[in-house]
Design a protein around this ligand. Structure first.
Ligand code: TPP
Ligand code: MG
Length: 355
């Protein structure tokens, strides 16, 4: 029987600070790969920043901001092959952009429009889960099923620190460990579950410690270091492909933005920590690393940003050009046997919408 004790306590890091802390590098990544990773980061950052503006302009609904969490999304996905699957939560709503899901589709999801749903098998990206931790058993079951079918696929599921207190996390992690499912349980420990601090989620010193109880290796990584995230996920992918089962990765970050556009964190959040997280944010940190390496110039960075802004402009225009949804969709799949009031309810909704 393999031993998994103890979980890693130190944070894995690759990117230095250009001064006392030296830069590392990751084997196997050429300059083109490093730049592709940068483009992915900028696309996610631009998506997020524009979405907050679109929300303020009333063009999308309440939006879960992921500013500062781009590195853990881009870094983990970069370690996968296209045949591997991603199971995201609302915090990773735009992760499918890295698999070719159009910007307009994800924006439509936040507009509550049916064109915001995609066929998961087209991109190997499952639907966004809003109920906390429910994507974990989905990913584990999928991974186990794939292994039984003899497919060489790994599943990556992302969730928050708060999710580790949910029954669905326990069920998924138990199953993953026992069945040696080829799955990566990727936890974004951003220190907050809305206003609940991580200290209220567990008395264990780290979230990676939780993995021990499930017989799963627990790894801790600096979640703002895209290369460290990539490397840790790549190790986990190799383990999974070798038949050695799941890995739990705790990516440590600090939530530098409100939980969502409907939240006011000034009541509870530590302003100094937010300031520090903003100064060390992952896109700028990686840009400075690439500049030190001589791979990125100011003009190329500008070009990449301009491209991403253009993709966003086209995406919102496309999303807004969708014809209004048919209100009966709200009711159509809700009941096997519709209640007698359904007809009147639908008529009332149409009246309110003026249709
Ligand atoms: C099952 C369930 N319970 C409660 C909620 C309400 N809720 C929405 S977000 C959230 C906090 C989740 O925190 P965390 O898992 O740390 O993820 P983060 O939002 O920080 O990415 C809660 C409790 C929910 N969506 N689903
Ligand atoms: Mg959290």
């Amino acid at each position: 029987m393999s031993r998994v004790l103890p979980a890693e306590a130190d944070l894995r890091r690759v990117i230095g600070d250009g001064e006392a802390i030296p830069d590392g590098e990751v084997d196997g990544l050429a300059a083109d790969d490093l730049l592709q990773l940068y483009r992915n980061l900028v696309l996610l950052r631009t998506y997020d920043e524009r979405s907050v503006v679109y929300h303020r302009q009333g063009r999308i609904g309440t939006y879960a901001i992921f500013w500062g969490h781009e590195a853990l999304q881009a870094g983990s996905v970069f370690a996968l092959e296209g045949r591997d699957w991603i199971f995201p939560a609302y915090r990773e709503s735009a992760i499918g952009l890295l698999r070719g899901i159009p910007v307009s589709t994800v924006l439509s999801w936040w507009r509550g429009h049916p064109s915001g749903w995609w066929n998961p098998t087209e991109y190997n990206v499952a639907s966004i889960c809003v109920p906390i931790a429910t994507q974990i058993p989905h990913a584990v079951g999928f991974a186990w099923g794939s292994a039984l079918k003899g497919e060489d696929r790994v599943a990556l599921t992302l969730f928050g620190d708060g999710a580790t207190s949910e029954g669905a996390f326990h069920e998924g992690a138990t199953f993953a460990g026992v069945m040696k499912a080829p799955v990566i349980l990727f936890c974004n420990n951003n220190q907050w579950a809305i206003s609940t601090p991580v200290s209220a989620q567990t008395a264990a010193p780290t979230l990676a410690d939780k993995a021990i109880g499930y017989g799963i290796p627990g790894v801790r990584v600096d979640g703002t270091d895209v290369l460290a995230v990539y490397e840790a996920t790549r190790d986990a992918v190799l383990r999974a492909r070798a038949g050695d089962g799941p890995t739990f990765i705790e990516a440590v970050t600090y939530r530098a933005a409100p939980h969502a556009t409907a939240d006011d964190p000034s009541m509870y959040v530590d302003a100094d920590r937010v300031q520090e997280a903003r100064e060390n944010e992952c896109v700028g940190r990686y840009a400075r690393y690439l500049t030190r390496l001589g791979v990125l110039s100011d003009s190329l960075a500008e070009e990449i940003k301009t491209e991403a802004l253009e993709v966003m402009r086209a995406g919102i225009a496309q999303a807004e050009s969708e014809p209004p949804a048919d209100p009966s969709l709200v009711f159509e799949h809700a009941y096997v046997d519709p209640p007698p009031s359904q007809h009147a309810d639908e008529a009332e909704l149409r009246r309110i919408l003026g249709g």
